[in-house]
Write a protein that binds this ligand. Structure first.
Ligand code: ADP
Length: 425
């Protein structure tokens, strides 16, 4: 039991005994007890009043002097109050720190409630989205109206970040990542990736320009080599091999420059490919004819494609993608290998497959095949004459046509490259 409570009971005991003795002595026990307890009540009330006034007044002061149980109560209240003060101070300092951290951030932060309304944001987000104080509790889609963003917020599936142009500056690019917290609230992180995208564009432009500039000198060199080779008879024998090697290497450089130009073009093209239906049968037949000329009938190429099957897209790009796969099947497989090209319509997709029964590819390489300059066997590069860019080109063409590339392969059994194009509704 608390000390104050004990002394209060003690005090009441003494008062009762004293009043009883006094009451008996003067012969008015009830009256004395009544008067005594009224005085005790008045004293208790004065203690409550003091405490009440203290609670209402400036809490900085120490609590009033009180005795017994009232002393205990005011001590406890004081301690509670001091504890609350310390906790409030701590909270305030934590909030101030979080505020200064989020203010210092270059990334914009926005918190939305579960109705997708603005709840809180930091200065970077304020700048990038032009937010004002009065925008609080406004649906964010009323303020940032880019259709892709509205769709992103409404769909609520945030596994991939979204890239959009800044609302009031077309030149700036923003990357928005989102995650949900506390049952439906959303945190948005907005990064300005303009510099990154500009640097990527510079790199693409640089590669495209260099490759383009290389084409003219390469054409001149090839021309001279051809002329020299056609006059082989008048040249010393030692020159014949050297000239042949020069021809091959120039051809390789030419192929490399052409592939780099093509890849840069595919990468930087913002406009979508045309959606005119491309007849697959004549396109694939053309590829078979061109590829057969290349292989001098050393590989057996067959085609399965029904008449009338079409794919919306850019014929030139599709030709380049499928012929890259067929040329790969020829280049990377020994004479005598069978190569089959097939196209078929499925319920929700159109599939174009190029398969061979050649050397196959080890599964450890499969995930990296579409990387630029990735080859399963670097030492075979000069033999096959490949640029290492073929599958990267295929990937980009498919990307532009809402298609995906999958590779199935088994060492010494052959490979199947499948292009899957989702059908448009
Ligand atoms: P490359 O110009 O070397 O052909 P690609 O990007 O077209 O470059 O292909 C990447 C690598 O994938 C090739 O170097 C080769 O090792 C492998 N590859 C592609 N197609 C086949 C295939 N049909 N059979 C075996 N290996 C293949």
């Amino acid at each position: 039991m608390q000390r104050g409570l004990r002394s209060e009971i003690h005090r009441i005991g003494i008062i009762v005994v004293t009043l009883s003795v006094l009451g008996l002595a003067i012969g008015h026990l009830t009256l004395t007890l009544l008067l005594g307890f009224s005085a005790y009540l008045a004293w208790t009330f004065s203690q409550i009043l003091k405490l009440y006034r203290w609670l209402e007044s400036n809490r900085e002061e120490a609590p009033p002097d009180a005795h017994g149980v009232w002393g205990d109560i005011s001590d406890q209240l004081y301690r509670l109050q001091q504890g609350n003060k310390r906790a409030a101070l701590l909270h305030r300092s934590i909030i101030a720190r979080i505020k200064s951290i989020t203010t210092a951030l270059d990334e914009g932060l926005v918190l939305l409630n579960n109705h997708r309304e603005l709840d809180w944001w930091n200065p970077a987000a304020e700048k990038v989205f032009n937010l004002e104080r009065s925008d609080r509790n406004q649906p964010i889609t009323n303020l940032v109206r880019a259709p892709a963003f509205v769709n992103f917020i409404q769909r609520g599936s945030f596994s991939k970040p979204l890239e959009i142009k800044a609302p009031n500056d077309d030149q700036r690019k923003l990357l928005i990542s989102a995650s949900t917290f506390d049952e439906g609230n959303i945190a948005l992180v907005i990064q300005d990736i303009t510099r990154l995208r500009n640097m990527e564009q510079m790199r693409t432009d640089f590669v495209a320009n260099v490759s383009h500039e290389l084409r003219t000198p390469l054409t001149v060199i090839s021309g001279y080599i051809e002329t020299l080779q056609s006059n082989n008879g008048s040249l010393p024998k030692a020159w014949h091999t050297a000239l042949e090697q020069m021809r091959q290497q120039t051809q390789r450089m030419n192929a490399l420059a052409n592939d780099l130009v093509m890849l840069s073009r595919l990468e930087s093209m913002e406009e979508k490919p045309s959606s005119n239906p491309v007849e697959l049968q004549p396109l694939l037949e053309q590829i078979v004819r061109d590829a057969s000329a290349l292989t001098n009938e050393n590989h057996h190429i067959s085609l399965d494609c029904k008449e009338g099957l079409t794919l919306p897209g850019e014929a030139k790009e599709l030709y380049s993608a499928f012929s890259n796969l067929v040329i790969n099947a020829i280049k990377h497989n020994p004479d005598g290998a069978d190569i089959n090209i097939s196209a078929e319509k499925q319920k929700s997709a159109i599939l174009v497959r190029v398969s061979d029964n050649g050397i196959g590819i080890d599964s450890k390489h499969i995930g990296r095949l579409t990387e630029r300059f990735y080859r399963t066997d670097q030492s075979r590069t000069s033999k096959t004459g490949g640029t290492g860019l073929g599958l990267a080109i295929v990937k980009h063409v498919l990307l532009r046509h809402h298609g995906t590339l999958s590779v199935n392969s088994k060492l010494n059994a052959g490979s199947t490259f499948t292009c899957r194009f989702a059908k448009h509704k």
